[in-house]
Write a protein that binds this ligand. Structure first.
Ligand SMILES: [Zn+2]
Length: 165
């Protein structure tokens, strides 16, 4: 019952919109593509209005301007992960963190099982105290909600709509 289970396969793009002249037009596609959550830390849009989700250029526009409006080069990241990433060149998180490369423990720590995953965890400061605390809090909230709200009740449905996205 953890909200931090990473996809068990590398991500294959479901959408491929083209022809937009502004970055914002890609947002609805990216939200759906990545299930309304941060690709790196799995923080959901619905959890926390203080941390926004942002469109990120995987290969930075400053280096590869021709990919600025290329859908396959766009990721959906929370503002925390985006700020931690900064100008670092990180591995593609849809491969480096997916398919069993990491697990999140019940204490909120994230464990990388490959060199690439461990590099990502360090690069994005994913085991910094605030990040661990945040994961642990949401693991406990979702676990408690599941335990105390009867299956099929309004509270359970609302909980899942709100917190599981
Ligand atoms: Zn994030």
């Amino acid at each position: 019952m953890s909200p931090f289970v990473y996809p068990d396969q590398p991500h294959v793009r479901q959408h491929g919109p083209q022809g937009y002249r502004d970055l914002g037009s890609f947002r609805p596609w990216l939200r759906d593509e990545f299930s309304f959550r941060c690709v790196c830390c799995l923080r959901r849009e619905a959890w926390d209005r203080a941390v926004s989700l942002e469109i990120d250029h995987f290969l930075p526009q400053s280096r590869v301007p021709e990919l600025g409006l290329q859908y396959d080069n766009l990721l959906y990241l929370c503002s925390r992960c985006n700020a931690a990433k900064g100008v670092q060149q990180i591995p593609d998180p849809t491969k480096a963190l997916f398919a069993g490369a990491v697990t999140v423990q019940t204490d909120g720590q994230i464990v990388g099982h490959t060199d690439e995953a461990r590099r990502m965890v360090l690069a994005l400061r994913m085991n910094a105290p605030d990040a661990v605390h945040f994961r642990r809090l949401w693991i406990e909230i979702v676990t408690l909600a599941a335990r105390f709200a009867p299956a099929g009740s309004w509270a359970t449905l609302t909980t899942y709509r709100t917190w599981r996205g």
